[in-house]
Ligand binder design. Structure first.
Ligand code: 13P
Length: 253
């Protein structure tokens, strides 16, 4: 069975104190309220990784992830974060290729391919983000656009490594806008992503890969989105900053 994953992307929010308070709340609520079949992940700013990993370390279904990672192993890359550093904090996930990183930091599909490969080699689970802009959707080119993102960043992986990757479909027009993709739109794209993976890696591999939806997911719309057969979880921005909302989304299964 595919893993069900509810991941929160804190983005550039929370001071140390506020972040640790949020992580403690989420972890305690998850223990009391969330099914052990659901993996919750908090993708925090780099400074929070180590202390948040200490908070979650005894809770099997709550994990910690970074929001970005360098394609280089180490060296003179000021401000960047290496895979080994992430691993050394106790984090086990890393977001790769978020649309905000692609847009503001000009990350390319090839760079992201290198990062995904390195993350897998180091034992981190990449949360690989893909998704189209509003212009691309209005031009009815979204399927083709996302397929190119998958092809250029993931299709060089071996089937064994591909199984270790989690995909997050995040239509850019739905991120932080309050506009969510309808459950039909999400299902259509998730199925298309799975079919594309099946074409490259075989149906058996494709069936094992969790594909998360991201973009204005909140407690009021999570149930309908998560009920779609190819939606295996969520990558949540704004609503992951409130423990109650984030945990309620994880309880929507
Ligand atoms: P919002 O849930 O705030 O729309 O953000 C989604 C997102 O970008 C998660 O990575």
């Amino acid at each position: 069975m595919r893993k069900r994953i509810i991941a929160g992307n804190w983005k550039m929010n929370k001071t140390m104190e506020d972040g640790l308070a949020l992580a403690s709340k989420v972890t305690n609520m998850a223990v009391d309220e969330v099914s052990s079949d659901v993996t919750m992940v908090m993708c925090t700013p780099a400074i929070h990784l180590s202390p948040v990993a200490s908070i979650t370390k005894d809770v099997t279904n709550v994990s910690v992830g970074a929001q970005n990672m360098s394609e280089h192993e180490s060296g003179a890359y000021t401000g960047d974060l290496a895979a080994d550093m992430i691993v050394s904090t106790g984090a086990s996930f890393v977001i790769i290729g978020h649309s905000e990183r692609r847009e503001y930091h000009f990350e390319t599909n090839q760079q992201l391919a290198d990062r995904v490969k390195l993350a897998v080699t180091k034992g981190l689970t990449p949360l690989f983000c893909c998704g189209e802009s509003l212009d691309t959707r209005e031009a009815n080119d979204h399927v083709n656009y996302v397929n190119t993102q998958l092809k250029e960043s993931l299709f060089d992986l071996s089937a064994e490594d591909m199984k270790k990757v989690v995909i997050a479909y995040e239509p850019i027009w739905a991120i932080g806008t309050g506009v969510t993709a309808s459950s039909d739109q999400a299902q259509e794209m998730h199925l298309s992503i799975r079919n594309s993976l099946a074409g490259q890696f075989g149906q058996e591999v494709a069936n094992e890969i969790s594909i998360l939806y991201g973009g204005s997911m909140k407690p009021s719309n999570a149930q309908e989105l998560l009920a779609q057969p190819d939606v295996d979880g969520g990558l949540i921005g704004g609503a992951s900053l409130k423990a109650r909302d984030f945990v309620d989304i994880a309880k929507s299964y």
